[in-house]
Design a protein around this ligand. Structure first.
Ligand SMILES: [Mn+2]
Length: 430
């Protein structure tokens, strides 16, 4: 029996206020799209089936290297995080799963956690390991690396931790492990690049051997930080090489913030698709570096161009289904609100990408008509598909206007009364 948190009366009364205008907008867009050769019902169907995983760590207020300013009613543990994710999914109906982090969300009893999530209408997406921090009572430190550490015992400890994540994930019904390491160096000469990469591949192979048959291992690259001179898995090239070394179940994960500022991410996406190594995404946005800003908040066109590559690939191969996850840090907004908007922004880019006139684009590309090609992309991107997204939510008992509905529900005030207050001034990034 599903126990959803937001009272249905709240959703219905909020929807009622918007329904007439929504209907008018929807009919108008249906006509517009029909004139362009698109059936709106197919697009509503695609939007209804779209899903993206919420990262458990995104439900708390994030921070910077300098400070963290917690909000009221923040989740105190994994059960609270499940509740927050359930609210996000109830209102947006496009976030049916949660991606959890070990040890931050390590359950005392994985079976009861799975039951709690099921009651809240959620399943478990990829498991995330952590060998970029030292935990209490940890025998060996990750100060100088984990899977690529010079010391065998430290590497073994990091391998065992990843295998523990798989074991917990098996009980929860997860089907993937995401591995991001902070390993690297801060000084020229500090690390032997070749040896460090060899050690990484050797350690990752041991984790790979522990994967169940139907699991995938997502390798996540990042150009810099916490190491500021070199990083072991610094870009998609190293990521691809490692994934090829490990085997078919190892796939590359693209976090939009983990590249140099001018890198053409959509082209990386295309390359990885072409060579069958694109496993999934961590969506977010950035202006300067790994800012972890809300998806689509800075460069929505880039998000659209990434989705255009994905849609192109899915038209060529209907089996193609990379994993979608958000990975953001919310410093100044309510995390639930930011996660709802971001999930919808990725869904928006997904639908817009279906509006690219592929015949026109193909003709423009083959005839070297650069301007026509660019217009084909922009015509799709400029289309306001909001009525399609609203209709998809409405038909699946979600909210026409999730933010307004969330505020009207007073959920945050209600949980603030029962959840212990988190003191400000605590650590930065969480
Ligand atoms: Mn990430």
């Amino acid at each position: 029996m599903q126990e959803l948190i937001i009272n249905n009366d709240v959703i219905e009364s909020q929807n009622e206020k918007k329904l007439k205008h929504h209907r008018e907008d929807f009919d108008c867009l249906a006509q517009n799209l029909n004139n362009r050769g698109f059936e709106i019902e197919k697009l509503v169907d695609l939007a209804s089936k779209y899903g993206i995983a919420i990262p458990s760590w995104g439900t708390g207020t994030g921070g910077t290297r300098f400070a963290r300013y917690p909000g009221k009613g923040e989740p105190g543990g994994i059960m609270d995080k499940i509740d927050d994710c359930s609210v996000i999914n109830q209102l947006t109906t496009c976030t049916p799963s949660i991606s959890i982090h070990i040890p931050w969300d390590k359950p005392k009893d994985p079976k009861s956690l799975k039951l709690h999530a099921k009651r809240r209408g959620l399943s478990f997406d990829a498991m995330n390991s952590n060998s970029f921090q030292d935990q209490e009572n940890q025998k060996y430190s990750y100060k100088f690396g984990s899977l690529s550490h010079t010391d065998l015992n430290t590497r073994k400890q990091a391998i065992d931790h990843n295998i523990e994540c798989i074991e917990i994930g098996k009980v929860l019904g997860s089907k993937a492990l995401t591995v991001w390491i902070g390993d690297g160096s801060n000084f020229p000469g500090q690390s032997n690049f070749k040896k460090a990469f060899e050690r990484y591949i050797e350690s990752a192979s041991e984790i790979y051997s522990a994967l169940p048959q139907d699991w995938l291992m997502y390798l996540e690259h990042k150009i810099y930080e916490p190491a500021f001179y070199s990083t072991v898995i610094q870009d998609w090239g190293s990521n691809y090489l490692a994934a090829v070394e490990l085997g078919d179940k190892a796939q590359c994960l693209v976090d939009l913030g983990h590249h140099a500022p001018t890198v053409n991410i959509e082209m990386i996406v295309s390359r990885l698709i072409q060579f069958k190594k694109l496993g999934g995404f961590h969506f977010n946005d950035s202006k300067y570096g790994d800012d972890d800003l809300d998806s689509g908040s800075i460069n929505p066109y880039q998000l659209f161009l990434v989705f255009s590559e994905l849609v192109q690939a899915s038209l060529e191969n209907s089996e193609f289904r990379p994993a979608f996850m958000l990975d953001q840090s919310h410093n100044v907004t309510d995390p639930i609100e930011s996660l709802m908007v971001s999930a919808i922004e990725t869904q928006r880019a997904f639908i817009q990408a279906h509006l690219v006139d592929r015949d026109c684009l193909n003709f423009a590309q083959e005839s070297n008509d650069a301007l026509l090609a660019s217009e084909a992309m922009k015509n799709a991107f400029r289309t306001d598909v909001s009525p399609i997204l609203r209709e998809a939510r409405f038909r699946t008992n979600g909210a026409l206007e999730p933010i307004k509905c969330f505020r009207a529900s007073r959920y945050r005030d209600q949980v603030a009364e029962i959840r212990p207050k988190i003191l400000s001034g605590s650590s930065g990034i969480v």
